[in-house]
Design a protein around this ligand. Structure first.
Ligand SMILES: Cc1cc2nc3c(=O)[nH]c(=O)nc-3n(C[C@H](O)[C@H](O)[C@H](O)COP(=O)(O)OP(=O)(O)OC[C@H]3O[C@@H](n4cnc5c(N)ncnc54)[C@H](O)[C@@H]3O)c2cc1C
Length: 393
């Protein structure tokens, strides 16, 4: 097979994969039915978290990503120059707080497990937590500081990764939907049909976020990625009063949950622009993008419980997106054994911004037949935990 690949999707995962492969000298074409960062990667927050992940494979990928972000941000700035907007990388650290005694016990046990897996998770007294965040409610029950948590501006990060990929020679076709496969005489992948014509390549990488299941289905392959709606509030600009990513410990439970009913937890952060982002909800409502007022009012109430001064803040807007949910809570990264030449980089749920560049390095190594930077088998489309969720094509 040649060193050529078509990437379906110009979100952050597709952009990052394009960059890593093009930098390795591959012939890369990215195809998106809309524009770069037109999907979930601009309808989210930009948290790069280790704090919300318990010991396991996703945490290992996040820890690897955390080391990559530091160098990637510097490389992007150097390559793209001062004319390109900053990705607003801010290694500000996270502060996770519990508001009840039961929540405190769960949070401290969770943090102890994470420390065993190499996460820097520091239990604070309430006074210490309020030194980090003077406006935090005094009534909190426990707090853990995670200095490794960081954030980026996700839309700009996606655009920067794509711009970098293009400078390495990747082609980008926007406003071009992939509509079906091109197969060779043996039934192997030979490219894609699109709304603007046929494109030939020996590999196709599905990086279509929450639509990855639909794209895989065009190739006759079942991939159980489902949309999981999330909504956020944005305040108007204000004096900088929140210095870390601050969230309540309920968030960790919501992330790992399979529940399709509405779940909310408060995740609060200041942005470089002076607004405060208050997230977020989790709900499986298909691709229904109607505003969920109940979700937004619950999010607001929880945020005020952590930062009472937010009761007086003006909300400027709300927005939402669809997380690419996987039933076994791990992204799919690798070649599909059911159709050689078809690859996946999808299903990152609420962590795709953070995990994007690590996913890209995994894909670039695996496609080139090199050892993956971390064990790739837990993310393989052939893994055992996914098998019960796969339907025969
Ligand atoms: C409310 C909310 C908050 C979040 N907060 C965070 C966070 O703080 N940190 C974090 O790491 N992650 C967060 N996420 C998750 C993160 O946004 C996603 O995991 C990530 O953006 C997925 O990126 P992607 O490139 O896989 O998909 P997308 O960005 O959705 O890109 C997929 C692309 O595929 C294209 N496409 C689809 N079908 C076709 C087709 N047939 N042909 C051509 N193109 C096609 C689409 O147009 C789209 O541009 C959040 C998500 C939500 C909804």
């Amino acid at each position: 097979m040649g060193n050529d690949v078509i990437i379906v999707g110009a979100g952050i995962v597709g952009a990052a994969c394009a960059r890593s492969l093009a930098a390795a000298g591959w012939d890369v074409t990215v195809v998106d039915r809309g524009v770069t960062a037109g999907g979930t990667s601009s309808a989210c927050e930009g948290n790069l978290l280790v704090s919300d992940k318990g010991p396991g494979h996703e945490l290992e990928l996040a820890q690897y990503a955390s080391t990559l972000w530091k160098t990637t941000v510097a490389d992007l700035a150097e390559q793209l120059g001062t004319g390109f907007p900053s990705v607003e990388y801010d290694p500000k650290g996270g502060l996770v707080v519990a508001t009840t005694d039961a929540g405190a016990r769960a949070l401290l046990a969770f943090a102890a497990g994470q420390r065993g897996a190499g996460v820097d998770a520091r239990v604070l007294t309430i006074a210490e937590a309020r030194e980090l965040e003077p406006d935090l409610a005094p009534s909190i029950a426990a707090a853990v500081h995670y200095p490794e948590d960081a954030q980026v501006q996700p839309t700009i990060a996606t655009e920067a990764l794509m711009a970098s990929a293009r400078r390495h020679g990747a082609r980008l076709l926007e406003n071009t939907a992939v509509t079906g496969p091109l197969l060779d005489s043996t039934g192997g992948v030979a490219g894609v049909r699109t709304t603007t014509g046929e494109l030939r390549a020996s590999r196709v990488l599905v990086a279509a976020g929450p639509w990855s299941g639909e794209v895989a289905a065009l190739f006759g392959v079942h991939l159980p990625v489902r949309p999981r709606r999330g909504e956020l509030l944005v305040t108007s600009r204000m004096r900088h009063r929140i210095f870390h990513k601050v969230y309540d410990a309920d968030y960790v439970g919501a992330v790992g949950s399979d529940d399709s009913a509405l779940q909310t937890s408060s995740v609060i952060e200041s942005t470089a622009g002076g607004t405060v982002l208050i997230g977020s909800s989790r709900q499986q409502v298909g691709f229904d993008s109607r505003l969920q007022v109940a979700a937004l009012s619950e999010i607001a109430a929880k945020a005020i419980r952590l930062f009472p001064f937010l009761a007086g803040a003006a909300v400027m807007r709300s927005y939402g997106g669809f997380r690419p949910f996987m039933p076994d809570h791990l992204p799919v990264i690798g070649e599909d054994p059911r159709l050689p030449g078809l690859w996946h980089a999808a299903g990152h749920e609420g962590a795709g911004i953070g995990l994007s560049i690590a996913t890209a390095e995994m894909i670039a190594a695996l496609m080139r037949g090199l050892p993956a930077p971390i064990d790739a088998s837990p993310f393989s489309p052939a893994r055992g935990s996914l098998a019960p969720h796969l339907e025969a094509a």
